[in-house]
Ligand binder design. Sequence first.
Ligand code: BJW
Length: 235
Amino acid sequence: MAPPIVILTGAGISRESGLATFRDADGIWARHRIEDVATPQAFARNPDLVQGFYNARRAQLRDPTIQPNAAHHALARLEAKWPAPVTLVTQNIDGLHARAGSRNVIAMHGELQKARCLACSAVSIWEDDITAHAACPACGAAGRLRPHVVWFGEIPLEMERIEAALDACGIFIAIGTSGQVYPAAGFVQAVRRQARCVELNLEETEGTALFHEAQHGPATQIVPAFVERMLASCG
Ligand code: BJW
């Protein structure tokens, strides 16, 4: 019988769609300091700077040239064809997996095209800039919206659902993530005695030795080929 699969994706899967990773030489953290833009303290200190950082990245998502790539599409195909549950846990906030057709997606670090109200906690679709006076569509409070993303020191979203999927999985596949940010970086350790663990990444990571199998190369090449092999193996 085909085992349930958990897939963990990171910024590397969207690199060939035109979105920067974080820790590569040309990555986001080479241009911005984490403590300036990706902590609750940064937002409390300088909300305009933080909103500007996320507004610019949200604007990128409105660029019609930014589209899901062959790796995103291959994972949607795997979910549609695999005869057991496939749970896609993504650290990415770009929404490209859903746009490619994946349905069972957990966006553990949030979603860039949503805003969260600090007054009423409602989460709303938000595709434009969050301005200093923007009003919450749910409660009407003005100037209380923040990006619906998970900053350092905050608890990632849907951890119970993720833990249940990890507990049940027989195959764990990490794609395009450096494995440096917890708790996602710890998933392979949590499941490696019960599940076959595969790393698909451009290059080796500090965690490569923890996986039972690793393939290195651009996601748009290695992910579709891997998915086709998986689907062929289950008939
Ligand atoms: C390609 C490719 C191609 C390139 N094809 N591949 C000390 C020890 C342990 C933990 C901690 C610690 N001190 C603090 C912590 C906790 C902290 C943490 O992990 N810090 C570490 C830095 C040490 N974590 C947290 O604070 C988290 N919360 C938490 O732990 O809460 C406690 C708790 C948890 C669970 C239950 C109960 C309580 C929150 C982390 C939030 C991370 N947020 C960010 C930014 C917000 C969203 C955004 O702005 O986008 O999320 S940081 C940033 O890193 C972003 C990413 O999702 C995340 C991961 O990065 P990712 O995706 O791995 O990208 P890169 O750039 O690192 O790697 C890309 C990879 O792709 C590379 O390997 C390339 O080679 C590869 N690649 N091109 C294939 N074409």
